[in-house]
Design a binder for this molecule. Structure first.
Ligand SMILES: *[C@@H]1O[C@H](CO)[C@@H](O)[C@H](O)[C@H]1NC(C)=O
Ligand SMILES: *[C@@H]1O[C@H](CO)[C@@H](O)[C@H](O)[C@H]1NC(C)=O
Ligand SMILES: *[C@@H]1O[C@H](CO)[C@@H](O)[C@H](O)[C@H]1NC(C)=O
Ligand SMILES: *[C@@H]1O[C@H](CO)[C@@H](O)[C@H](O)[C@H]1NC(C)=O
Ligand SMILES: *[C@@H]1O[C@H](CO)[C@@H](O)[C@H](O)[C@H]1NC(C)=O
Ligand SMILES: *[C@@H]1O[C@H](CO)[C@@H](O)[C@H](O)[C@H]1NC(C)=O
Length: 621
C-alpha cells in the first residue's frame, strides 16, 4: 500500500505569516492541528522513515503532555526532495500544515501532515530516535473506542453515525479511549513488544495484533473477544492495532490467530479506516499455535428427547465447491453428526451461474454423500430446504443461497399433515387435532414482508421425535453488514455505522412475533431459533424482541464470555451465529460448544468457511 497521493484537504485558507514552530505545536492536543492551513518554518526533527514515493516521517522532542504527538508525516512525491533526506538525519524545514484523508475513504479520520516542504536543511546525520515502547512507556486503554460512542449499547448503539470525530475535534483522552490513544501517537515511532496476531492476514498482508500490555476479553486462543464490560457496554478492543505494509519493501508473514512475532517497530499512520503501524521491516514468526483442533464432546444420544443441533454457515456452498469436502469432514468428525444441522449459504445446483436454476437438491445430495464418505459409519443424512425466488434473497449473484436442514430420519421427522411451503407461502402456527403444528411444514415466515427483501427468509419447521413429542425450529440468516471501511470501528462516524441494522432488527421482530404465536398456542412449546444472525448480542437493540421469549444458548449453558465467538474479523473474535431457545427447553438444561475448525486453522487458505460451526444439546421433551 502507498500513502495518500490525492491533494490534501484544506479546511482553512492559508495564513500568510510563517511561524517558527515545533512538531508538537503542529500536532497539538486535539484531533485536528491548531495550525491547520498555516505556513510554518524552522521545524526540526529526525527522519525516522522514508516512504519511497510519498513522503517521510520526522520526530522532534517530546512534551510532558501525552495527548501531543512528536511525530509528523511530511508529504511529498518529489524524488528530488525524497533523495535529500535519509533515516537518522536531523533536518529543519518549512511547509504548510494540512489535514488529509483520501476522497475514496470518506469515513476515514483526517491525518495531520506537512505539505509542500521547502527549505530542507540537513543539520546532522546518523542520529537515532528511540521508539516509544508500548506497554512500557504508554499502554492503550482496553475497553472503549471514543467518547462520542454515546447510546445504550456503547459503540454498538443505535442510532449510529450521530457525530463525526473530525467535526467535534475534541481534545484527546488517550487514557480512556482507543481512537484518542492512537491519534496521540500519530506519526510517531513506536515498538510493539511480543506481538500476537488477532486474525488471518488480509489481502494486502496486513494483520491485527496486540502487544505485551494489558488486554481485556482475552480468549484461550490468544484472540480478543467482544465481551460485555462491567458497565454492561460492549468491549471495543481498542488495545489492538493493524500492521501495514513494511516500509523497507519486505513482506509480512501470513498469520493466524495466536501466532507470535518478533517485536515490531514502525510509525503510526491513519489510513484505510484505521490507525496503522507501518513497520520499518517485516517481523519474523516466533511461534504458531497448535493446528490440532478439538472435536465437540457433545454427541448424539439414544434418548428420543435429547437432540443435538449443529449450526454452520458453510459459505457459498455449491456442488463443486472446494469447501464441500472439508465441511463434510467437519460435520462428520468435529460436530459428531448432530441430529439436526442448521445450515446457511447452501447455493443452488449450479452455484453462481445466474441462469434461473434455484433447486439445491444436487448441492445437498453432494454434501450428504460427502458426509457419508467422511464418517466411519457411512451415515447418510436426510435433508430439506425451500427454494427462494430466483435472485431475490441476496448473497453472491446467481447463487440463490438459502438455509437448509440435514437430519437423522431414524430419530426425527417432520410433523405430517401440512403441505410443504413454497417460496412465497407464509407458514403460521395452527392447532390441528388438538396439537400445535405449522400451516406449511416446513415453511417460510412472512416471506413477502419487505423486511426480507434481498435477504434470506427464515425456514420454520415442526418436528416429531421417535416417541411422538413435538418441537419447532427456525433457521435464520439475517441481512449482513458490509465489512468495509464505512463501518470501521475506528472511523469518523460515531457510533460506527452498522449497515442494515434497522432491517436486521425488524427481521428479529418478525421472527419474535412468530414465536409469540407459537407460545400463545402452547406456552410450553419447545422452540429453537438461530443461525447466522450477522450481529452480536451486545448490539442489544437488534435482539430486544427476543428478550422475554427466548434465551441464548451460550447464556443458558454458561459458556465463558470470552469463548463466545464463531467469527474472527479484524481485531475481534465475535459471535454472529446464535441459537436461542424457549423457556421450556432452557429449563431442562442445555449445552453448546463453538468448534473453531476454521478460525483456529493454520492459514486463511485452508479455511473451509469464514464462520466456525457450533454444536448444542437440548432436551425437547
Ligand atoms: C481543533 O481543536 C484545537 C484544540 O482545541 C484547536 O486549536 C483547533 O483550532 C481546532 N481545529 C479546528 C479546525 O476546529
Ligand atoms: C531537542 O531539544 C534539544 C535541546 O533543546 C535540541 O538541542 C535538539 O535540537 C532538539 N531536537 C529536535 C529534533 O528538535
Ligand atoms: C434433483 O431434482 C431433480 C428434479 O426433481 C431430479 O430430476 C434430480 O434427479 C435430483 N437430483 C438429485 C441428485 O437428487
Ligand atoms: C412486516 O413486518 C413488520 C413487523 O412485524 C410489520 O410491522 C409490517 O407491517 C410488515 N410489513 C408488511 C408489508 O407486511
Ligand atoms: C455519516 O453521516 C454523515 C453526515 O453527518 C454523512 O455525510 C456520512 O456519509 C455518514 N457516514 C456513513 C458511513 O454513512
Ligand atoms: C407447562 O409445563 C409445566 C411443567 O412441565 C406444567 O406444570 C404446566 O401445566 C404446563 N403448562 C401448559 C399450559 O401446558
Amino acid at each position: 500500500m502507498v500513502l495518500p497521493v490525492v491533494v490534501a484537504l484544506q479546511l482553512l485558507a492559508a495564513a500568510p505569516l510563517a511561524l517558527s514552530v515545533s512538531i508538537t505545536d503542529i500536532q497539538g492536543p486535539a484531533f485536528l492541528s491548531p495550525l491547520l492551513g498555516q505556513t510554518v518554518r524552522d521545524i526540526t526533527g529526525i527522519v525516522t522513515a522514508v516512504i519511497s514515493d510519498s513522503g517521510f516521517y520526522i520526530q522532534g522532542n517530546r512534551t510532558d503532555d501525552v495527548r501531543v504527538s512528536n511525530g509528523l508525516l511530511v508529504f511529498t512525491e518529489s524524488s528530488s526532495i525524497l533523495n535529500k533526506v535519509s533515516v537518522g538525519d536531523l533536518i529543519s524545514l518549512s511547509g504548510k500544515v494540512a489535514e488529509f484523508k483520501e476522497s475514496s475513504e470518506p469515513n476515514d479520520l483526517l491525518g495531520t501532515e506537512l505539505d509542500d516542504p521547502t527549505d530542507i536543511v540537513v543539520l546532522s546525520s546518523g542520529n537515532t530516535v528511540e521508539p516509544l515502547v508500548l506497554g512500557q512507556d504508554r499502554s492503550p486503554p482496553t475497553e472503549k473506542l471514543s467518547a462520542l460512542d454515546i447510546g445504550p449499547d456503547g459503540w454498538l448503539s443505535v442510532p449510529n453515525n450521530v457525530s463525526l470525530i473530525d467535526s467535534v475535534n475534541a481534545t484527546l483522552q488517550p487514557d480512556l479511549f482507543g481512537i484518542d490513544f492512537w491519534s496521540s501517537l500519530e506519526g510517531q515511532l513506536v515498538t510493539v513488544p511480543s506481538p500476537v496476531a488477532l486474525d488471518f492476514q488480509d489481502s494486502f498482508n496486513e494483520f491485527w495484533v496486540r502487544g505485551d500490555w494489558p488486554a481485556s476479553g482475552l480468549n484461550s486462543r490468544g484472540g480478543l473477544t467482544i465481551t460485555e464490560l462491567s458497565d454492561g457496554l460492549p468491549d471495543g478492543n481498542p488495545e489492538t492495532v493493524i500492521i501495514g505494509d513494511p516500509i523497507d519493501g519486505t513482506t509480512n508473514p501470513t498469520t493466524s490467530v495466536g501466532m507470535t512475532f518478533s517485536d515490531i517497530t514502525g510509525v503510526v499512520q491513519f489510513q484505510f479506516g484505521f490507525y496503522y503501524i507501518l513497520p520499518l521491516t517485516a517481523p519474523t514468526v516466533l511461534a504458531v499455535p497448535s493446528a490440532d483442533i478439538p472435536s465437540a464432546t457433545i454427541a448424539p444420544s439414544d434418548d428420543a428427547c435429547t437432540i443435538t443441533i449443529g449450526d454452520y454457515n458453510v459459505e457459498n456452498m455449491a456442488p463443486t465447491s472446494t469447501n464441500l469436502p472439508p465441511v463434510a469432514n467437519h460435520i462428520a468428525n468435529f460436530l459428531n453428526l448432530p441430529d439436526i444441522m442448521f445450515l446457511q449459504e447452501i447455493q443452488d445446483n449450479d452455484g453462481e451461474v445466474d441462469d434461473g436454476v434455484v433447486d439445491a437438491n444436487v448441492t445437498l445430495t453432494t454434501l450428504t454423500d460427502a458426509i457419508a464418505s467422511a464418517s466411519s459409519s457411512g451415515f447418510q443424512y436426510a435433508f430439506f430446504d425451500i427454494d427462494p425466488v430466483n435472485d431475490q434473497d441476496g448473497g453472491a449473484g446467481g447463487g440463490n443461497i438459502r438455509q437448509a436442514h440435514l437430519y437423522r430420519s431414524e430419530k426425527l421427522n417432520l410433523v405430517p399433515g401440512s403441505p410443504v411451503g413454497g417460496s412465497l407461502d407464509a407458514t403460521e402456527p395452527i392447532t390441528s387435532d388438538g396439537q400445535v403444528t405449522l400451516s406449511f411444514n416446513p415453511g417460510r415466515i412472512d416471506p413477502t414482508n419487505s423486511s426480507w427483501d434481498d435477504s434470506r427468509k427464515p425456514l420454520a419447521t415442526a418436528w416429531e421425535t421417535s416417541n411422538g413429542e413435538r418441537f419447532f425450529t427456525v433457521n435464520l440468516h439475517l441481512v449482513a453488514k458490509t465489512g468495509d471501511t464505512s463501518e470501521s470501528v475506528q472511523g469518523n462516524a460515531r457510533p460506527p455505522v452498522n449497515t442494515d441494522v434497522a432491517k436486521r432488527t425488524s427481521q428479529v421482530e418478525i421472527v419474535a412475533a412468530f414465536v409469540k404465536q407459537l407460545l400463545a398456542l402452547d406456552p410450553n412449546a419447545s422452540i429453537i431459533v438461530g443461525g447466522d444472525c450477522n450481529d452480536f448480542v451486545q448490539t442489544r437493540s437488534v435482539f430486544a424482541a427476543f428478550d422475554d421469549i427466548l434465551t441464548e444458548l451460550d447464556v443458558n449453558s454458561n459458556v465463558p464470555l470470552v469463548e463466545r465467538y464463531t467469527y474472527v474479523f479484524q481485531q475481534s473474535s465475535q459471535q454472529l451465529d446464535h441459537l436461542f431457545v424457549s423457556s421450556a427447553i432452557a429449563a431442562r438444561g442445555t449445552e453448546i460448544q463453538h468448534i473453531h475448525v476454521n478460525n483456529w486453522g493454520p492459514s486463511l487458505a485452508t479455511r473451509a468457511s469464514d464462520h466456525d460451526p457450533s454444536v448444542a444439546q437440548v432436551k425437547v421433551c
